[in-house]
Design a protein around this ligand. Sequence first.
Ligand SMILES: [Zn+2]
Length: 111
Amino acid sequence: MQIPDKLKIGGRNYSILYPHKFTDSSVVLYGLHDPQGQTIKIASQDEFGIDRHKQAQSHTFVHELLHAIDDVYNNSRLTQWEKGEETIDQLAEGLLQVIRDNELDFWGKQL
Ligand SMILES: [Zn+2]
């Protein structure tokens, strides 16, 4: 999966900062959705500076994309739900599997 540098989600333009190096957090982050800044940040390396597998990076991208869709279209109800983070993670894995196994290319063709 090629991670784009920008996306339109609803009526909003999002910037995708990739590869991003998280240095301003006390917790380990591989991805972050910033609804105020309309930005998604994705790390290509782990906290030790080791390259993360491309599939793991793609999973993080889909995960943060689901957070953004939840924010724009669903008033963040899924994210704020008690089981929201776990559900988003599972949905991201499911979407990644369907996209990869069916070689879906959303970027190369007009639908
Ligand atoms: Zn999350």
